[in-house]
Design a protein around this ligand. Structure first.
Ligand SMILES: [Zn+2]
Length: 270
């Protein structure tokens, strides 16, 4: 995964460099004041298009896809659909549709990756858990992982944290992609209409996203009873923040879209 992603990035960078070099070469004669106004269309550097790859497969064999666009040192991963009965997947797919038409919307210096459907079996069945009845957001290999969910969580829903840490293929796909040096992870859940954060630097990103989207920041203090979650695993393993957007509904409204697109400009500042 790491090699393939690096390869994609290198190809994208090489393509961008080539386009930039051609643009400079073409633009030089036009820069002569005597020839009139600069033709700005010649100096436009084409944004790299959205690139897709499979990062794994679900219990039932559905492909788990990662799409990426942009290039730069600030690396952001957006994850949707961890809980199959929520609207995060639908909103992530709307973000991808937008990026397909507007790859230039990713700010300069930001590499943005999107896993729109992290739990495709759960989405197909309309269930929170995957096909094994495991809550993927309780299956991450954090220090506090547990098979039986705690009293304060959802033990009566029949869900588990899995047979072991990262026992599920959906979790494994995310865990291996998370190892690829991200500076910020944004996870899309529902409901509530709030922006939560975990990890150092998370509050500043959450406040920026709140200002852009209009959704309030609310830090939910659930980490003492939630085990094996992405919000625990990523900060403790990589020292980077996780933003959890608890969506109101299944609509990627413009403010939310812009908050997701610009969050990466703060990535790596924490
Ligand atoms: Zn959720």
């Amino acid at each position: 995964m790491r090699t393939r992603q690096r390869g994609t990035l290198i190809v994208a960078l090489a393509a961008a460099a080539l386009v930039a070099a051609v643009a400079v070469a073409v633009a030089l004669p036009a820069g002569d004041a005597a020839t009139g106004p600069l033709d700005t269309t010649m100096t436009t550097v084409a944004a790299p298009a959205l690139v897709g790859e499979s990062i794994g497969a679900s219990v039932q064999g559905r492909s788990i896809e990662l799409f990426s666009v942009g290039s730069g040192p600030r690396r952001v991963l957006v994850v949707g659909g961890v809980h199959g009965d929520e609207t995060g997947g639908a909103v992530a797919r709307q973000l991808l549709a937008y990026l397909e038409d507007h790859p230039e919307a990713v700010p300069a210096g930001v590499f943005m990756a999107v896993v729109p459907s992290a739990n495709p079996d759960g989405e197909a069945a309309g269930t929170r858990a995957n096909a094994n009845g495991v809550d993927i957001n309780r299956n991450f290999p954090s220090d506090n992982w547990a098979d039986v969910l705690s009293e304060g969580d959802r033990p009566t829903d029949g869900l588990t944290g899995g047979a072991g840490p990262a026992s599920e293929p959906e979790t494994q796909a995310l865990v291996s992609c998370l190892a690829d040096d991200y500076d910020l992870v944004i996870s899309l859940h529902s409901q509530g209409g709030i922006i939560d954060f975990d990890g150092e630097g998370g509050r500043a990103v959450a406040e920026h996203m709140s200002a852009v989207s209009g959704l309030p920041v609310q830090h939910l203090d659930y980490q003492e009873y939630v085990t094996g979650s992405l919000g625990v695993y990523v900060p403790e393993t990589y020292g980077v923040p996780v933003i959890t957007v608890e969506l109101e509904d299944s609509v990627l409204f413009p403010g939310l879209r812009d908050a997701l697109l610009t969050a990466g400009t703060l990535a790596g500042d924490g």
